[in-house]
Design a protein around this ligand. Structure first.
Ligand SMILES: Nc1ncnc2c1ncn2[C@@H]1O[C@H](COP(=O)(O)OP(=O)(O)OP(=O)(O)O)[C@@H](O)[C@H]1O
Ligand SMILES: [Zn+2]
Length: 483
């Protein structure tokens, strides 16, 4: 089995990934606060963890991986948006989360196995908060419940900072009801007009951090394998999640591997809603940019390095995908042909691509390898090439594939001649036939190619071809002729 290695923020080192239970690999990722369209920075996080999810499924089997990503649908930014727009909170959160799934889907992200909403877990939050109070890790003050940071010795271990550094470096809200400025809110009172739930501390609503502790436990248990999110969440959000979970669970660790994606930047600063320096995924989709191109741009940098979004990168990604998708030839890799290739054992991602991904999600390396193995017209290689693209989410279904080519991205392949795509299709079809030991069919396909002026070159790795000067595409039969 491929050994995955991951850089664990908690230990600041690259480690062998060993799941607690390989039959049930568990990952939790902090999802969106739903009051606005996702911007390209949010998309980077979603795409990175989607790619990790795909790798885990490849290595451990799709049935053996559980991916949970929450939806924060209770938050003061949502309340503010509702107040200024005159719309109801539930309208806004329902619409925005729908957008999120649509937009991330357009970027080839699989829907996580569980997508819990904070508001469906308020009961669990009240329970965990009561438990933290009972265990002496939290206290009530003026209708608020606060987590007492001094009650948890390891506070700050994830970000590797001392409490003093944290106070200096963060905008810590000083409030009269806090015993210590680092203490953070688990529960706060809600005035009329704001969302509120009955609790032992009066009508109120949860602070942000508690939802992730509660929902990860609900779906993944007290200790699970991977916790992910953007590097901007490492402190204080993840530090606080750990404090809550570890203290509620009698010292059991929360997640064993903490992964953080670096930020998508605009001129050196984090793309963010609050700075206003963002564009949304939807803007780009509406302007006609295919989701595959956006995903490719996002995958082209290492997830632990900051990256800028530039038009040059978009141009390059478009040119590469255009060449790749054209060579993969739309028509021949039909879903049924793919099944044939799968059954014949031909549809397997390239081993070195998998190895690159397993090495702390080295996507630039994986993409370099894809350039290396790109062999238009060589069926077996192209099947493995396509399976590799599928593994990193660049091909999801064949409709997406068609949509990309219809998306007005013109073909830039060098030197292709009319009918050449059909030659490639027929060669692929012949590879299938061989994989199924239907040599009679394979020979008939070869003869028809020779008849049209194609030199078929068989080698151990698959078949290549050359077009002679007499090549006449009108003499080629369609794959259907062989049914
Ligand atoms: N510029 C960025 N680059 C990479 N990931 C980001 C970026 N901005 C936010 N994220 C990540 O996107 C996910 C969803 O975050 P969320 O909806 O809370 O966005 P946000 O942080 O509120 O956005 P903003 O900072 O723009 O207000 C989180 O995992 C967060 O770390
Ligand atoms: Zn979280």
């Amino acid at each position: 089995m491929t050994q995955i290695r991951l850089t664990n923020s908690a230990t600041r080192s690259k480690e062998d990934f060993v799941p607690l239970d390989p039959e049930r690999v568990r990952m939790y990722v902090c999802g969106p606060t739903v009051y606005d369209r996702a911007h390209m920075g949010n998309a980077r996080s979603a795409v990175v963890f989607d790619t990790l999810y795909r790798l885990l499924r490849q290595v451990y089997g799709a049935k053996h991986v559980t991916y949970v990503r929450n939806i924060t649908d209770v938050d003061d930014k949502i309340n503010a948006r509702a107040a200024e727009s005159g719309r109801s909170i539930s309208d806004i959160t329902a619409e925005t989360s729908g957008w999120y799934f649509d937009d991330m889907g357009a970027l080839g992200c699989l829907t996580p196995d569980e997508n819990p909403r904070a508001t469906a877990h308020i009961g669990g939050m009240i329970e965990m908060i009561s438990d933290l109070i009972a265990k002496g890790h939290a206290y009530e003050a003026e209708g608020h419940v606060l987590f007492s940071v001094s009650s948890y010795e390891a506070y700050g271990a994830l970000s590797g900072r001392s409490v003093d550094d944290m106070i200096a470096g963060a905008r810590v809200e000083v409030a009269p009801y806090k015993r210590d400025p680092m203490d953070f809110v688990l529960w706060k009172p809600s005035e009329a007009g704001l969302p509120g739930w009955e609790s032992p501390w009066g009508v109120g609503r949860p602070g942000w951090h508690i939802e992730c502790s509660v929902m990860s436990e609900a779906f993944l248990g007290e200790t699970f394998d991977i916790h992910g999110g953007g590097g901007d969440l490492q402190f204080p959000h993840h530090e606080n999640e750990i404090a809550q979970s570890v203290c509620a669970h009698g010292g059991a660790p929360m997640a064993r591997y903490w992964l953080h994606n670096e930020m998508l930047q605009v001129e050196g600063r984090k793309m963010s809603k609050s700075l206003g320096n963002f564009f949304t995924v939807r803007d780009k989709l509406d302007s006609g940019l295919p989701g595959e191109v956006m995903r490719f741009v996002l995958l082209s940098a290492h997830y632990r390095k900051p990256m800028d979004w530039t038009e040059q990168k978009v141009k390059e990604a478009t040119a590469v995908l255009d060449r790749w998708f054209f060579a993969l030839n739309v028509a021949s890799f039909s879903e049924s042909m793919k099944q044939v290739l799968i059954n014949g054992g031909v549809w397997q991602p390239d081993e070195k691509v998998v190895d690159c991904l397993a090495d702390d999600l080295n996507l630039p390396g994986a993409i370099a390898r894809l350039h290396e193995i790109f062999r238009p017209g060589q069926a077996v290689q192209m099947a493995s090439f396509a399976a590799s693209l599928e593994l990193i989410g660049l091909i999801n279904d064949w409709d997406t594939f068609h949509h990309f080519l219809r998306g007005g991205v013109s073909h830039t392949g060098e030197g292709d001649r009319p009918g050449e795509v059909l030659v490639q299709e027929l060669l692929l079809y012949r590879e299938d036939a061989k994989a199924q030991r239907n040599y009679d069919l394979a020979d008939r396909i070869r003869d028809s190619l020779i008849n049209a002026g194609v030199v078929v070159k068989d080698s151990r790795g698959g078949s290549g071809y050359e077009l002679t000067r007499d090549f006449d595409s009108s003499k080629l039969p369609g794959p259907d002729n062989f049914d």
